[in-house]
Design a protein around this ligand. Structure first.
Ligand code: ZN
Length: 390
């Protein structure tokens, strides 16, 4: 096997990546191979890793360290392997010992520090990990990796301001973080500001969100909240309409705000006109959200639901055939049909993450399972209401 193939195979193992660089360096120093006494065991360890035999690799690395206690790469290899096997305490001890040594060069110190930060992250020791990652994120070979780890860590801690600042630091080095994640951080901050009664601060955060991405339904929902607080019902309805147009499946988030916009003086007739002219998909999402959230007390949504049910192929035909001659779907019948459909819908979970399959009855902007933003999508619970998938 050529060296290039060997290294290529090695890179397949995420946990083994650190060794590749050292192995390459070891063999190329001075242009001629210069194996040290321990390298036979070390190479045997690498081979076992490539063959996905971590137990035998560990034995080989332990033997290698016995022979050559000073070699930094042996300890890095050993530490990474302990971490990979879930023996975090051991990994931490190995990396801490390494860092305490005075003979490390700058690169080795960075590498050992980053390795220890990974141990702390895996052990859930976030404060310690942060302390190590902060200086690494300021420059050097591990800068980008440290910034990415810090973002994940701040997300876990729900420290949205720091997550946003870290994203901005990534942009400054030409490796911008996800635009939508940055906008979500701004929206999280705006939500907290609104909850604390600081409307102006919320507006500031939303301006930041807009800088990140123009069409962002979550920010439009928050702008609707602010408009309602200001008594600007027409403006609020305008924002809510944009949300529905951009992302019809957010109807369950929109309708409670529609109710508040009406209480603040919005005109129902205008909204009904608009909804009746909307696409079948959008109307279906609104009707489904009306049923699930029980918004039938709003006359506009009640009328929309009535029309939609009667017009839908399938359920509409069944309903029309079951009505006494000359009679329509009156309020009592509509309520009974809706109650039956709601009962059917509530038996199932409402949202599922498209990335990891996490499911829940509550809606989350960020999936609690895999931390993907906008990963959760509503399931088509009331099939009879929605157009068949094309
Ligand atoms: Zn997920």
């Amino acid at each position: 096997m050529s060296l290039a193939t060997f290294i290529g195979k090695l890179l397949l193992f995420g946990g083994a990546m650190v060794f590749g660089w050292y192995a390459g360096r070891r063999w190329r120093i001075g242009g001629t191979p210069q194996p040290r006494p321990a390298s036979r065991e070390y190479l045997a360890g690498l081979n076992f890793l490539v063959q996905d035999q971590p137990d035998r690799a560990l034995e080989a690395f332990l033997r290698a360290v016995e022979v050559d206690r000073d070699t930094v790469e042996m300890h890095l290899a050993l530490g990474a392997l302990y971490r990979r096997r879930g023996e975090i305490d051991r990994a931490i001890r190995v990396h801490q010992n390494l860092i305490s040594r005075e003979d490390l060069d700058a690169r080795q110190r960075e590498q050992a520090t980053y390795a220890l930060a990974q141990d702390y992250l895996k052990a859930g020791l976030h404060d310690r990990a942060e302390k190590l990652l902060q200086p690494l994120s300021g420059g050097g070979a591990f800068r980008l990796a440290a910034l990415k780890d810090l973002i994940r860590l701040y997300e876990l801690q729900r420290d949205w301001l720091r997550a946003m600042e870290t994203g901005q630091a990534m942009s400054r080095i030409g490796r911008p973080a996800s635009e939508s994640a940055q906008a979500h951080y701004a929206c999280e901050l705006a939500t907290a500001a609104l909850a604390g009664g600081s409307v102006d601060t919320a507006r500031e955060h939303l301006r930041l969100a807009k800088n990140e991405t123009k069409r962002f339904p979550r920010a439009a929902l928050l702008r609707a909240d602010i408009a309602i607080l200001d008594g600007e019902a027409v403006e609020a309805m305008d924002w809510l309409r944009r949300v529905l147009e951009q992302q019809p499946d957010l109807a369950p988030e929109v309708l409670p705000r529609v109710r508040r916009a009406f209480a603040a003086g919005a005109a129902p007739a205008m909204v009904l006109d608009w909804l009746l002219k909307a696409t079948p998909e959008l109307r279906a999402h609104v009707v489904q959200a009306t049923l699930l959230g029980d918004f039938l007390d709003m006359p506009m949504l009640r009328e929309l639901t009535r029309t939609h049910l009667l017009e839908r192929p399938g359920i509409g035909e069944v309903l029309r055939a079951s009505l006494p001659t000359g009679e329509g779907l009156d309020d009592a019948r509509l309520d009974a049909v809706c109650a039956a459909l709601r009962k059917q819908a509530r038996r199932s979970v409402r949202y599922r993450c498209q990335q990891c399959g996490f499911s829940s009855t509550a809606f989350f902007w960020q999936c609690p399972g895999c931390k993907t933003w906008d990963g959760l999508k509503p399931l088509t619970e009331i099939d009879v209401l929605l157009p068949a998938p094309r």
